[in-house]
Design a protein around this ligand. Structure first.
Ligand code: PLP
Length: 294
């Protein structure tokens, strides 16, 4: 990965006048060491993040990402981010992006152990080349998430629905999918409902309607899925959030895993059963997702 830019943010309160002057963040050398060894983000994965796609210098769906960052902060008892401060920092980092696709990460950590304040920073790097999954598609397997669909309400300390830095489990799920001969996974609740991919949202097309699992069930509300649903609705398609039992996969005539940087990856098989790809629609989805979006 080629790092292009990084900056550290001095998280401030809502009415801090320094935000008006854009002086609450500082560019740093993206190749140089920057974090203290006492950082709770590295020691415990205790923090939250967002990954934003940047296309030809345009950061996509910034408001939706910042809203989700704020939502994750509330779920994790972190200080709620000053959104204008972060918006300025995102714009500043995006101005350093080269032509083509980049990935910007926004990170808000609980800070240094026993330290006074959270730590926050932004990185910008070249995005991997996702042209193959976007066009040829991905094979997925279903994996048990180990939680039932009531767990998010019953046990909020599990932080289901927050985009925390603790992604070791998500990465392990992708490795398990690969061991099973697939490219990616879809989590299923232990009581049999479809949830999300380890790094993506699931969209199914059933009887001409585009469906996605309702975000209340402890999954992230995907900014890409929201944006695509708006676009599909604009084109006259029916879209809905539903509680989808795992059997719904068998009724789908097309499916996608969607996320901010890989964008729409059409599903070519589920647990070994082939699924057709709607090539034209997938190309149109990705063309839309690559266009500047706010
Ligand atoms: N669900 C999980 C667990 C994710 O990690 C992601 C993306 O990072 C998504 C869904 C999709 O979110 P977005 O479309 O905002 O990238």
């Amino acid at each position: 990965m080629t790092w292009r830019h990084a900056l550290v943010i001095d998280p401030v309160a809502e009415n801090d006048p320094r935000v008006h002057f854009g002086s609450t963040f500082t560019p740093i050398d993206p190749a140089a060491p920057a974090l203290s060894v006492g950082e709770l983000s590295t020691q415990r994965g205790d923090g939250i993040f967002e990954s934003i796609g940047v296309v030809d210098g345009h950061p996509q769906e910034v408001a939706a990402h910042l809203d989700r960052l704020a939502h994750s902060a509330v779920l994790c008892d972190l200080p709620v981010p000053h959104l204008e401060q972060w918006r300025q920092a995102v714009a500043s980092a995006a101005a350093e992006a080269p032509a083509g696709e980049s990935v910007m990460k926004l990170i808000l950590s609980r800070g240094v152990e026993h330290g006074p304040a959270p730590t926050a920073w932004i990185t910008l790097a070249e995005a991997p080349d996702f042209s193959v999954p976007r066009t040829r598609g991905i094979r997925i397997v279903t994996l048990d998430r180990g939680f039932d669909s009531e767990a998010p309400a019953r046990a909020p300390w599990l932080l289901l629905g927050a985009k925390t830095l603790s992604y070791a489990v998500n990465m392990a799920a992708i490795r398990e999918a690969r061991r099973r001969g697939a490219d990616d996974a879809v989590f299923v609740s232990s009581d049999g409902y479809l949830l999300e991919g380890p790094t993506s949202s699931l969209i199914l097309r059933i009887d001409g309607r585009f469906l996605t699992p309702a975000p209340g069930a402890g999954i992230l509300h995907g900014t890409t899925q929201m944006s695509l649903f708006e676009e599909l609705a604009r084109q006259g398609h029916a879209t809905a959030y539903e509680t989808l039992p795992v059997d719904a996969l068998g009724q789908a005539d097309a499916a996608w895993l969607v996320s901010s940087v890989r964008l729409a990856a059409p599903v070519t098989s589920i647990d070994g059963a082939p699924l057709a790809v709607d090539t034209d629609l997938t190309a149109a989805m990705n063309a839309y997702l690559l266009s500047p979006r706010d």
